[in-house]
Design a protein around this ligand. Structure first.
Ligand SMILES: Cc1cc2nc3c(=O)[nH]c(=O)nc-3n(C[C@H](O)[C@H](O)[C@H](O)COP(=O)(O)O)c2cc1C
Length: 149
């Protein structure tokens, strides 16, 4: 079944990293944190595959177990690497799953299938500010010595 993007309860460290990634993204785009309209306008670009000429949808059977989810993750990674090897760029997009039922109907998928994500495929725009973003990394040892996982 379709699921939410994040666990119902994030740890403090996960919440901090999530907020920080948002800050980094909207800073790069020049969008004020309180400018909900601009944030929404940016998010809506998801549904134009961010201007890419090609979009792929990945589906899974609704009765999939965690092991089929594992298979799908391996498949997704392989696909992204092949796209890269072909000299193209990609953006996996879980946002499409918000409209999964509609997309399954529009693309003729049967009822036992749901949409996991979309993938935008095209040539990267090396000058776009978002493409300069490198998300930060925590010290991998910190979680072993901190109470804040
Ligand atoms: C499974 C998955 C789902 C994602 N969903 C979205 C999404 O819906 N919208 C979006 O803008 N980025 C989404 N992202 C993030 C981007 O696809 C991309 O990974 C991120 O911008 C970092 O890109 P980079 O690893 O090439 O630097 C998703 C990433 C993954 C792995």
């Amino acid at each position: 079944m379709p699921c939410s993007f994040y666990p119902a309860e994030l740890t403090p460290a996960q919440t901090r990293r999530r907020h920080r990634n948002g800050e980094i993204l909207y800073d790069a785009l020049g969008i004020d944190r309180n400018d909900a309209a601009a944030r929404r306008a940016w998010n809506l670009l998801n549904f134009r595959f961010f201007g890419a000429p090609t979009g792929i949808f990945l589906y899974l059977d609704t009765n999939a177990t965690p092991f089929q989810w594992l298979d799908l993750g391996i498949y997704l990674q392989s696909l992204l690497l092949l796209i890269e090897e072909a000299g193209l760029a990609s953006c996996p997009q879980a946002d499409w799953s918000m409209y999964g039922t509609t997309i399954c109907q529009a693309t003729g998928m049967d009822q036992g299938t749901f949409l996991v994500c979309g993938i935008a495929v095209g040539h990267a725009d090396p000058d776009h500010p978002e493409n300069f973003i490198r998300t930060e990394r925590d010290d991998p040892l910190a979680s072993y010595i901190s109470e804040d996982p």
